[in-house]
Design a protein around this ligand. Structure first.
Ligand code: BYC
Length: 328
């Protein structure tokens, strides 16, 4: 009922292929080298398809799970204007999920399968959304720094090789830049406010610093997929490069508010590379594999939404037409 899976019979048969036709592979890689976009009906290596499904699906899950920590603050926003902005932001994030699920569906996995894999723990979603939003300052920090980190990553990914993902990301980035502005406004307001407001902001930054470093994935030398994804221009910057770009853009903006990061070793070297203490990659592994402080709660909420919304999806299901072609 949601979108369309564009897997031809031939492609479906090829899904377990490990050795590709060398001529087709060469033609595909030449297209990528020329900067052409790959579209759903085009020939693509099975591994390219699988990697894209994995990454876009994880991204889509991150959007809908990512709406939860902020969503819990809608009823507790400090004033009417902040509440309006937060409602709109949360709604946008769910919309991003819709766009991304549609983009992933063009590769042959249905939305139902993706959502099932989120709920049964087969698919991952971003580490950052497994931490609690304890105070209103967390909402400011998510809006400014989590969205800031996401923009760094998404602007880069939007220049990639798979057409539907790139087009979805272009639209997402426009909306994210508004989110960033409201997050920045919120952070500056707290930083220039009362002693208590500055204290809750500092506390939130202290708690989000490590998850934000983790957001860009493991260091390049530990990254399982980067080499392949960069060869096929799905990723146009490595995890370490994206992390460095984020630190370069955002650390000075926090320091200028006289707010600190909880890392005495955080500094920019003369070669432009930021140095920081090791952000405990064991914690990262634990959190992305279900052992973070809020993983169980996030999945429980999604399960509830899935079950409570089933009757609506069934009511909308046309008996004659199960899938429509997605716009992504
Ligand atoms: N969290 O080989 P690697 C938002 C996994 S939502 C969890 O380097 P890759 C927002 C990785 O999947 C925006 N898992 O991976 C929403 C792999 O595990 P598997 C979210 C992570 O793909 C609402 C393993 O670690 N953005 O902003 O080459 C409100 C090895 O990693 C993470 C995206 O989803 C992580 N942080 O590179 C507010 C971006 N990092 O699959 C805001 C799209 C790594 O082998 N994704 N892993 O089991 C990407 O750009 C890339 O997938 C990454 C990782 C750069 C994140």
């Amino acid at each position: 009922m949601y979108g369309s899976t564009n897997l031809s019979e031939e492609d479906a048969k090829r899904m377990n292929t490990t050795v590709e036709d060398p001529e087709k592979l060469e033609a595909f890689e030449s297209r990528i080298a020329r900067g052409e976009k790959i579209e759903p009906q085009d020939w693509m290596p099975v591994e390219y398809r699988k990697q894209l499904i994995r990454m876009i699906e994880q991204h889509a899950h991150s959007e809908i799970v990512g709406a939860l920590p902020e969503g819990t603050w809608i009823t507790r926003a400090p004033n009417f204007r902040r509440k309006l902005a937060l409602i709109a932001k949360v709604q946008d994030e769910i919309g991003h999920g819709q766009l991304l699920y549609s983009a992933a569906e063009t590769l042959g996995k249905t939305r139902e399968e993706m959502l099932n894999d989120l709920l049964n723990g087969k698919s991952k979603y971003s580490n950052v959304f497994n931490y609690p939003a304890k105070t209103w300052a967390d909402i400011a920090v998510i809006g400014f720094l989590v969205d800031g980190a996401a923009i760094v990553n998404q602007v880069i990914n939007s220049k990639g090789s798979y057409g539907p993902y790139c087009r979805a990301l272009e639209r997402i980035c426009y909306e994210e830049s508004f989110h960033l502005k409201q997050g920045h406004d919120n952070v500056v307001y707290l930083a220039t406010g009362t002693k208590h407001q500055r204290a809750i902001l500092q506390d939130a930054i202290n708690r989000w610093y490590v998850p934000l470093l983790h957001f860009f994935g493991p260091p390049d030398k530990m990254s399982a997929h980067s080499e392949k994804l960069m060869k096929w221009k799905v990723k146009l910057a490595s995890n370490d490069d994206m992390r460095n770009q984020f630190l370069d853009q955002y650390v000075p903006k926090i320091w200028e508010l006289d707010i600190t990061f909880p890392d005495p070793n955080l500094k920019k070297n003369n070669d432009g590379i930021w140095e920081f203490s090791d952000p405990d990659w064991n914690e990262f592994k634990r959190v992305i594999n279900g052992g973070g402080p809020c993983n169980a709660e996030r999945i429980a909420v999604r399960k509830f939404a899935e079950e409570a919304g089933r009757w609506v999806r069934q009511a909308l299901m046309s008996p004659t037409e199960k899938y429509v072609v997605p716009l992504a």
